[in-house]
Design a protein around this ligand. Structure first.
Ligand SMILES: [Zn+2]
Length: 112
């Protein structure tokens, strides 16, 4: 730990350290380290799926999401993954699966 820097030039604006991204679920901005990166991948049948990229190392187009089921549900309902990851092919990804992300966020649910 290098210690926290406290710089309060503008108390209304929380100081976020590092790159800031917008959560595709709640649309709030947060630092990259608070968010889970997801990317476009494909499943065993070659169908597009959204997969988690917790290390943020995968190349290609990614989207960011708070790692909570609430934000995940919001993103699913808004079809935000398809919009963020497949901006050119919205129609063809109407059935875009993001199950791998749901399982990543809530693994206990899927063990029952
Ligand atoms: Zn969020």
């Amino acid at each position: 730990m290098a210690g926290r820097r406290k710089i309060s030039t503008s108390p209304d604006v929380p100081l976020l350290e590092g790159p800031v991204r917008t959560c595709v679920g709640c649309r709030e901005r947060a630092t990259k380290s608070e968010l889970l990166r997801v990317i476009a991948g494909s499943d065993a049948n070659g169908q597009p799926v959204v997969v988690p990229d917790p290390d943020g190392t995968a190349t290609g187009r990614g989207a960011h999401l708070h790692p909570t089921s609430a934000c995940y549900d919001l993103a699913v309902r808004r079809k935000a993954f398809a919009r963020a990851l497949f901006p050119q092919g919205r129609q063809s990804v109407g059935g875009l699966s993001s199950a791998p992300v749901g399982e990543y966020l809530d693994p206990l649910d899927h063990q029952q």
